[in-house]
Write a protein that binds this ligand. Sequence first.
Ligand SMILES: Cc1cc2nc3c(=O)[nH]c(=O)nc-3n(C[C@H](O)[C@H](O)[C@H](O)COP(=O)(O)OP(=O)(O)OC[C@H]3O[C@@H](n4cnc5c(N)ncnc54)[C@H](O)[C@@H]3O)c2cc1C
Length: 446
Amino acid sequence: MGMKIIIIGSGVAGLTAGYRLCKSNEIIIFEKDAEIGGMAASYCQECAGKRYFIEKYYHHIFRSDSELLDLIRELGLEDQMLWLKGKNAYFVEGKSYPMNTPIEILRFDPLSFTDLVKLGMLVLRIKLIRDTTSYDNIKAKDWILETAGKSVYENFFAPLLKSKFGDNAENVSAAWLIGRVKIRSDRGKDGEKLGYLRGGFNSLIEALAREITAQGGKILQNKAVEEIVIKDNAVQGVVSDGEFIPCDAVISTVEPRVLDILTKGKLGALHETLRSIHYQGTACALIGLKKRLMEDGNYWLNIKADVPFGAVIEHTNFMPFEDYGEHLLYVTSYFQNENDTLWVKKEEEVLDTYLKGLERMFPDFERTDINWAKIFRRMDTAPVYEQGYLQKVLPFAPGPSGLYLAGMFSSTNYPERSMNGSVKAGLEAANFFMKKDKKCEVCWLD
Ligand SMILES: Cc1cc2nc3c(=O)[nH]c(=O)nc-3n(C[C@H](O)[C@H](O)[C@H](O)COP(=O)(O)OP(=O)(O)OC[C@H]3O[C@@H](n4cnc5c(N)ncnc54)[C@H](O)[C@@H]3O)c2cc1C
């Protein structure tokens, strides 16, 4: 066996790195949560005697997610891959506007014909941008105001930015916006197809974990790392539950502020950057329903209305209802800090405010339609891609020998984080490890 590598975090990045390195090295993954999978973890639910897995937070993938799709193939999960239409709509002032095709977008009443032309021109312009680097220092708001005008900003983009970044909406960079629009505008005349793994992305997480443990690797759940011990600019090991565990290398996938705490200021110049990367939280209700909520078949509904959430996502308007035996709905909002009511209030109170919002938006919705409901929320769900963020993207090898970083903060997840970005980050950190480590280069087989 090669080297002893400790991976902190069992999300997509940590598991992918572990999978790549486990054939030739001893892998131990520490996960602070009870379940593995991080942001892509699933909830196991039973309906009419049948067990199924559903992501705690809504997930789908795009055709451009090449590394993730390669990994799915490599793990033998290709047969589970489905490409399906997910209908989108925008709820404005009590009305739901389909937004799937250029013709439908032209019928979006809240924008005048002139504004729609400006919006179309903006999308065309975005499609022609190859490199977003020079847009990182420009605020999305300023750029939209300058290129498409006030009405397009206020009636189209502002509510979307608000629902995605809350109080930080006005600080988000044009680079993020361009990256996002590029992905979502590639729809063809019949609308885009999104990818999903039948059985849920839990199959991916479980398959990676299986491969790692089959090679003798260990995945320790409910086991947080408290310190990464660095001495003489070299990793010595980690501390968990007060115990020192020596190792040759550490791959950390945790949020930058947590990494700063774990490394106890030993990352020198990076300390300030780690402190300055702001993550936002998500409060997501997952609800099992007896009845379909959005009869018009919408999968994804963005919202401009006085409700405490930014989107309603009906999973079973995307995946077949028969796979679950009940209708599945996400109601979700991002929040910016731990003082937000979505974080401070009890789960049942958050759920109640969400349900009240649903009742306002959908007069036919009744609480007796609910089979079960859960609130999933955590603080570390996405970096906020503020103006100037590019300078904060963390390196895969930050300095001390034996320390590698991979996760939502990596360049592969800029300017928008995704499972694909974290697969790439995990692979990249593994490559850095193998390249820097002569002993391991020899034993690398793939
Ligand atoms: C609401 C929501 C919707 C999303 N939708 C999509 C989508 O549709 N498509 C898509 O591709 N992506 C989507 N994503 C993004 C995707 O889930 C993430 O980009 C990806 O899963 C991140 O993986 P990661 O391994 O980099 O980080 P994480 O999943 O955050 O993994 C880090 C892990 O480290 C653990 N950890 C933290 N501190 C410690 C410690 N001290 N000790 C031990 N363990 C620790 C955490 O518990 C976590 O499990 C979504 C994410 C969210 C939140």
